[in-house]
Ligand binder design. Sequence first.
Ligand code: HGY
Ligand code: MN
Ligand code: MN
Length: 419
Amino acid sequence: MSSSELPAPTVLMARLRRDLEHVAGYGATASGGVSRTSFSGADRQVRAWLADECEQAGLALRTDGIGNVFMRLEAPGAPAGAPPVWAGSHLDSVPEGGRFDGALGSLAALEVLRRLAEEHVPLRRPVEAVVFADEEGNYHHLLGSTAVARGFAPNELGELRGRDGDQLVDALQAMGWDVGAATRTAVRPGDVHAYVELHIEQGSVLESAGARIGVVTAIVGMGGGHLEFRGRQDHAGTTPMPLRRDALRGAADLLVRLPEVARSVSENAVVTCGILHVEPGGANVVPGLARLQLDFRDPDRERILELEEAIVVAARDVADRHNLKVSYTRESITDPVPLNPRMQDLVATVAASQGMQTLRLPSGAGHDAQNVARLAPTGMIFVPSVEGRSHSPAELSTWEDIEAGANVLLAMVHALATD
Ligand code: HGY
Ligand code: MN
Ligand code: MN
């Protein structure tokens, strides 16, 4: 029997559950959620914990210049430089996020390495559990995997700032890392054998269908940018309502129109303003400036551009109506990414062989997998999210579904590392 025909071990669910519950304590909030922004105190704590776990498990740990963590299980006897199999996700969270988004795929990947090591599974190539930095984009959406897939030029890195206005390069320096190394993170296509990411669905498709494992077919494309309405700052008590040029009133009018704007482009289009900045920010001052941070998505790239155009047209109309000026700045457009058909089939086959009901579905959320797909055959495994809740402390998946997903991940990594 060749190594590839040996049955894969299964995860130790008690240990994976312990890890997920433990890591949820780093950045835990009073609401039961997690705020673990990249390079924050909570992020430092989770990084230190990971290093301890790797030491105990006999795994080598390396952190690249942008903060991506690579935990490595060697394959004794494999040719030097054999491209590793990667499995992973991210450990940063949105503000007041949930306990499973990213943490599941990261900690399940660590558990996969431990089980392969403990069972002395013969491997033809190394396996690395990868935790990508700043997936949620405090500084740049999918920062770490973008750094791996294409790298950042020094001037581009120098311009990146977080929600609080702090500079990425300062944050990297404060972590004790060499900022120069942050421009030397790119990995060449072919240097990774394959990548698998386990993630919660973050929607309700699997739950509605009664399927336990989602086979991800594609990842949505998305755009980011901001709109700035400028009016006239005035006294709240003395400026009659009809004479005001209230920038926030314009922003509010636009927000009310966004559902219709999205519908006019496609039934799948979505637009969100999650950050609204008002200046000068006094209770008794008519706002002179309102800045809306926008996230807009559609599965079709052309539609993303149409959606952006429709938002800008609506914003201009609003500005005219309220006697304001408006400007739009695009920050990013990322293409929708289809996932490798053979990797999709491998998820489906492995899950079916474990008795799991599967469903093929696209992802409405962004993932590091969309960047790694440029380097290597990439697959994603979804497990159901209770009531589809995510990016919220209400995020939940059952331990049974988590165990099922982690075992599919383990069997896939086993197959990929021994084929
Ligand atoms: O924004 C996203 O879709 C992902 O959660 N970062
Ligand atoms: Mn997320
Ligand atoms: Mn995620």
